[in-house]
Design a protein around this ligand. Structure first.
Ligand SMILES: Cc1cc2nc3c(=O)[nH]c(=O)nc-3n(C[C@H](O)[C@H](O)[C@H](O)COP(=O)(O)OP(=O)(O)OC[C@H]3O[C@@H](n4cnc5c(N)ncnc54)[C@H](O)[C@@H]3O)c2cc1C
Length: 389
């Protein structure tokens, strides 16, 4: 059995990009995912690349690098990621004061522009003018998330990396040193293991006896087949309720409840939102739930009805389109920054997960982390170490 320099668990955007960058740096890498074709958060993502949203020195720099990376990724990976710019329209509900909503925004590197109802509907003619008090707008990057993920996986394999379809049920360890993984019942040894299993990462680490403050939401989305209706912009809720949900659910006093099945850490929210991919498919949603059990059942029928009724208010032409319901887990952290680094008190195990702005931050951080573990100092990577939580 080969011993790899690295085993990466999870081939969503975090695992695929990290595997590619590790292979570029010269490491031998085994990338493992339980599915041969993705059925994960990356697959159902809207594909928004929010490089306007940096608001600290750290996030501004990552946004700048993220945009720079997206401009060259199609060429480097040999796949059209469909990178483009679109209007992001953040709608303010009719009963809310746009100024009060804006008061909660941090100082984004590109400030959002407030628009009245008329201008919002010019930007997005499908908006229901009677449902909104106005909107905020900014130019937003957009890619096809499946294409980007596929591009990273293919380019990784062209570099000589190995992809295996298997379920990783545990990590192997000698004392506090992680020595590999158990994949489909077989032991696979490696000098280093990187956990990129999205919303399953916490559970997998817990199984191996490694506690980590990494959380996840259950998130739901409807996806249509290609349709003739044309949504010009990406529409999202100006209130970005997901961030309040994440803050509430990660209060230190709730931490223990995450390790017990059957808890709901905070009432579920829906950020009413929709995007159309270049091939005509529309994705719309998006309820998020902080259920402590990653395998908790969510009712497809109820969730579909919730999404359709929220969309009917804001984008009525989309509400009744034929669509399939999907559910996935999305990892996040208590401070909104990703966990990137060796897990403290253990050897040979790393985490690369919990991104709140993943499609911007992941490409530059995957590259930085691969170079960092090869010996290049990196002050940005060190700020994201899991030691901080
Ligand atoms: C509806 C929706 C819209 C979104 N919109 C945006 C957006 O516009 N912009 C943005 O930046 N982000 C967006 N996101 C968030 C973003 O898509 C995710 O945060 C990101 O894709 C997560 O990537 P990941 O690699 O961490 O996880 P995932 O993509 O979930 O990948 C994790 C992988 O790990 C594998 N895995 C898990 N456990 C095991 C195991 N035990 N053994 C083997 N394999 C395992 C899974 O099969 C999976 O393929 C959105 C998310 C959703 C759901």
């Amino acid at each position: 059995m080969a011993t790899y320099d690295w085993i990466v668990v999870g081939a969503g955007i975090t695992g695929a990009s990290l595997s590619y960058e590790l292979a570029q740096t010269g490491f031998s890498v085994l990338l493992i995912d339980r599915f041969p074709t993705p059925d994960n958060a990356t697959r159902y993502s809207y594909g928004g690349v929010g490089y306007w949203a940096g608001h600290t020195d750290l996030t501004r720099e990552l946004c700048r690098e993220g945009k720079e990376r997206h401009l060259v990724l199609s060429e480097q990976l040999g796949v059209d990621t469909q990178f483009r710019e679109v209007d992001l329209v953040l709608t303010v509900p009719r009963d809310r004061d746009p100024e009060a909503v804006a008061a909660h925004y941090p100082p984004f590197v590109t400030p959002l522009r407030r628009v009245d109802v008329r201008e919002a509907c010019e930007l997005e003619p499908l908006l229901n003018p009677d449902a909104i008090a106005g909107a905020f707008t900014v130019r937003h990057g957009h890619i096809c998330p499946e294409a980007l993920n596929r591009g990273y996986c293919s380019a990784f394999q062209r570099l000589g990396g190995t992809f295996q379809t298997a379920i990783v049920s545990n990590l192997t360890r000698e004392g506090n040193r992680i020595t590999g993984v158990v994949a489909d019942g077989e032991t696979c040894p490696a000098a280093n293991v990187a956990i990129c299993a999205g919303g399953i990462s916490r559970e997998l680490l817990k199984t191996a006896g490694i506690p980590l403050r990494l959380h996840f939401t259950h998130t739901e989305v409807l996806e249509t087949p290609p349709v003739d209706v044309k949504l010009r912009s990406i529409v999202m809720s100006a209130e970005m309720e997901r961030f309040s949900l994440e803050a509430t659910a990660t209060k230190p006093e709730l931490e223990k409840l995450w390790d017990e099945p059957g808890n709901e850490l905070a009432p579920y929210i829906i950020d009413t939102s929709a995007v159309q991919l270049l091939d005509g498919r529309v994705r719309m949603g998006q309820p998020s739930r902080t259920l402590s059990d990653p395998c908790a059942a969510v009712s497809a029928a109820e969730s579909t009805a919730t999404i359709r009724s929220a969309i009917a208010q804001i984008l009525p032409d989309l509400a009744d389109l034929p669509a399939t319901w999907h559910h996935c887990l999305v990892a996040f952290t208590a401070d909104g920054l990703p966990l990137v680094g060796a897990i403290p008190e253990f050897e040979g195990v790393h985490i690369f997960s919990g991104f709140s702005n993943p499609l911007v931050f992941v490409p530059p951080l995957a590259r930085r982390y691969a170079r960092y573990v090869a010996g290049e100092p990196d002050a940005i990577v060190e700020q994201l170490s899991p030691r901080r939580l």
